[in-house]
Design a binder for this molecule. Structure first.
Ligand SMILES: Cc1cc2nc3c(=O)[nH]c(=O)nc-3n(C[C@H](O)[C@H](O)[C@H](O)COP(=O)(O)OP(=O)(O)OC[C@H]3O[C@@H](n4cnc5c(N)ncnc54)[C@H](O)[C@@H]3O)c2cc1C
Length: 362
């Protein structure tokens, strides 16, 4: 273990891995995770890269830059085999949505096409879209846990060190350096510390100002029986979503999601969430009624207050310690983009867009 890196990153999920990749271009980086790569929400994500999310398919913040950043990260991590670039198909699932989708497609014609019911039936016969669908051509899906590992591997090739099984219990900042304290008492020192701890940051009194909250989610891994395959089935997102696994040579495995649980007493998968996910996804892809469940995983998405954007900011009482969290349900479109901003502004936080900074204490 390097004892004097320039940057210590706490957390090896999407945020920490992308930060490590960007920062290790020019700095000595140490990543510390309490468990290991993608142990948190990143291990449960379905992997949709959907730049037009929500019922109204609104564009993600800094749309073009976010897509550029995620594609560049996939390329740098040599993870093209983990990426399904067929776009994301969004069947109309509620009244009035066809009109909204058509308008969106006209406004963002570089990204979107509205497909009639007949066009969907011809191109994607496995998908039920009786009122048509929005085809998000610039979207896709990435297998997140493997992707996080590849990003960390790429950072390691640039000299970053990654250690697992070490829980960080505290941090502090002086004028010249920052330190983290491990559970067994050891203190590690660096120029800066980046806290990318996801759910691990919730309940930490030193992070109260971030107003972090968690929403538990569950995904299922399922397998279609022969003769069904995912060859003509792109990533599909309606009220639930079905994402083919690109690395499955038989083209029969999918990740289905997801539940949104604002109040939860267990982090374990539940039967109720499984039933809810199956119900939602079978409406989009009827053949899923025949699929067998191979596993269920959960994670907790983290949001910072009521905002829709992540937090990327130094802590007001510890200026060399940055928070990089609150990626919500858009980890893939946010983590690479914000990691670039972190790289560019680590030494001059005033350059971080105001929307991402913390409110000044009143
Ligand atoms: C069910 C579900 C489905 C999702 N689907 C999608 C999707 O399709 N597309 C998409 O873009 N996003 C999706 N998301 C959101 C995405 O998963 C998250 O936004 C993203 O993974 C968050 O990454 P993170 O690095 O901030 O946190 P995490 O992935 O939670 O990583 C935090 C890491 O920090 C470590 N850690 C915590 N505390 C400490 C500590 N004190 N010391 C050391 N290490 C610590 C943990 O072990 C963990 O590895 C989904 C999320 C869920 C839950």
């Amino acid at each position: 273990m390097s004892t004097s890196p320039e940057v210590i990153i706490v957390g090896a999920g999407l945020a920490g891995a992308c930060a490590a990749l960007e920062l290790s271009r020019t700095r000595e980086v140490l990543v510390i995770d309490a468990v290991g790569a993608a142990a948190g929400a990143s291990g449960a994500a379905a992997g949709l890269v959907n730049p037009f999310m929500g019922r109204k398919a609104r564009p993600v913040w800094q749309l073009e830059d976010a897509l550029t950043a995620v594609r560049a990260t996939i390329a740098r991590a040599e993870a093209d085999d983990l990426f399904d670039g067929r776009g994301v198909l969004r069947p109309v699932v509620e009244d009035g949505q066809a009109k909204v989708f058509r308008e969106r497609a006209a406004e963002f014609s570089d990204h979107l096409t509205f497909l009639s019911a007949e066009a969907v039936a011809a191109q994607y016969p496995a998908v039920a879209a009786p009122a048509g669908a929005l085809w998000v051509r610039t979207g896709g899906a990435v297998m997140v846990p493997s992707f996080v590992q590849r990003v960390l591997d790429a950072a390691a090739r640039r000299g970053a060190t990654v250690i697992s099984g070490q829980h960080v219990s505290a941090w502090r900042s002086t004028e010249t350096h920052a330190t983290v304290t491990l559970d067994h008492g050891e203190e590690l020192r660096a120029g800066h510390v980046v806290l990318a701890m996801g759910y691990g940051g919730i309940g930490h009194p030193a992070l109260d100002a971030l107003e972090l909250r968690g929403v538990k989610g569950q995904t299922l891994r399922v397998r279609l029986p022969a003769p069904h395959t995912t060859d003509q089935l792109p990533p599909v997102a309606g009220s639930g979503y079905a994402v083919p696994v690109p690395t499955d040579a038989a083209h029969r495995t999918l990740i289905l999601g997801s539940s949104y649980e604002h109040h939860f007493t267990t982090l374990d998968p539940t039967g109720a969430a499984t039933q809810q996910i199956l119900h939602k996804t079978q409406r989009l892809v009827p053949a899923l009624a025949e699929a067998t469940i191979r596993g269920a995983v959960t994670g907790v998405r983290v949001y910072a207050g009521q905002r829709n954007l992540p937090v990327l900011a130094p802590l007001s009482d510890a200026p060399r310690v940055w928070a990089f969290t609150g990626l919500g349900s858009k980890g893939l479109l946010m983590a690479p983009l914000f990691a670039r901003k972190l790289r560019d502004h680590l030494h001059d936080p005033s350059g971080v867009p105001a929307a991402l900074r913390l409110k000044e204490p009143s």
